[in-house]
Design a protein around this ligand. Structure first.
Ligand SMILES: [Ca+2]
Ligand SMILES: [Ca+2]
Length: 300
């Protein structure tokens, strides 16, 4: 078996374990570099993309060598990314019949040119349509972040395609959210094992409308809150800064540190909204939403 592994490394430049799911988690030491248009001061590589032929070969060989590898790796760890197939609509948190669609584009709006007139990563994005204040859409990952430390979250943010129509419908802060379902593990609430940790973006500058935004850093922009009992116990039921909410969750109690259940982007229930999201950043990975799936781009 070790000889087979050695052969595989010679042929493909090395394979290594990159996630919790055994059959879908192979990445290569020489990652595919996907074209991108602009970055938040960093360069990234996509480590999800492999050619169909290579993917087929690896899927066959992966079954042979999986048994030689052991241990699980956090989705927040340096060497990992979430698997594309683990991203999707989170049914539990979807209300009504919103549209959540991995799509090409949007390119535009019609009179826009330059880097903000095209998806920031690849050629597609996550389109979201919410009809009114009764609907809620959520797209995320219920597998790869499970059990990861909330206090280990360092970098969070995304890019968004906002329209002036959305602003007319709900004001300049009518935007989607980033949402982590968590176990707050607060000492004062030992029976509370669930809360949503939600980021609410600040009002959008008019200059960002009808095009792609720059990177919006959720650790400095807007505000955060916690739902349920944890919101009241931390003083963050309505609005806290990122620093405040992390400090409030860091009570170093006997119940343990807060852990992540899920990671997602969401919209609702507040106003109608039609737009798109791309480049969801969670720590050292930028999740590139594309029509054919979600690629993790590693921030170098
Ligand atoms: Ca994209
Ligand atoms: Ca708990």
């Amino acid at each position: 078996m070790s000889q087979l592994l050695q052969l595989l490394r010679v042929i493909y430049g090395g394979v290594r374990r990159a996630g919790r799911s055994p059959a879908h988690v192979w990445s290569f030491s020489r990652p595919h570099v996907w074209p991108f248009n602009y970055l938040e001061g960093v360069s990234v590589n996509a480590r999800f993309g492999v050619s169909r032929g290579m993917a087929l070969a690896v899927s066959v060989l992966a079954a042979i060598v999986t048994s030689t590898l052991s241990g699980s790796v956090s989705a927040l760890a340096d060497t990992n990314q979430a698997s594309s197939e683990h991203w999707g609509v989170i049914a539990r948190n979807t209300i009504g019949s919103p549209v959540v669609d991995l799509r090409d584009g949007p390119y535009g709006s019609y009179d826009k040119t330059g880097i903000y007139a095209r998806p920031p990563y690849g050629q597609g994005s996550l389109g979201i349509t919410v009809a009114d204040n009764t609907e809620k859409a959520e797209f995320g990952n219920e597998v790869d972040f499970y059990g990861d430390p909330v206090l280990g979250l360092k970098s969070v943010g995304f890019r968004v395609f906002q329209t002036s129509e959305n602003v007319l419908l709900g004001g300049s802060a009518n935007l989607p959210n980033i949402r982590f379902e968590i176990d707050p593990n607060l000492t004062s609430l030992p029976a509370t094992n669930y809360s949503s940790l939600v980021w609410v973006p600040a009002a959008f500058p008019t200059t960002y409308e009808n095009q792609w935004s720059p990177y919006i850093d959720a650790t400095t922009n807007g505000h955060w809150f916690l739902t349920g009992a944890a919101g009241g116990a931390t003083g963050c039921a309505a609005s806290c800064t990122w620093a405040q909410i992390k400090s409030a969750l860091d009570d170093s109690g006997s119940t343990g540190r807060p852990t992540i259940h899920t990671a997602a982007v969401s919209k609702g229930r507040d106003n109608a909204w039609v737009g798109a999201i791309d480049g969801l950043r969670i720590n050292q990975n930028i999740y590139d939403f594309e029509a054919d799936g979600v690629r993790a781009r590693r921030v170098n």
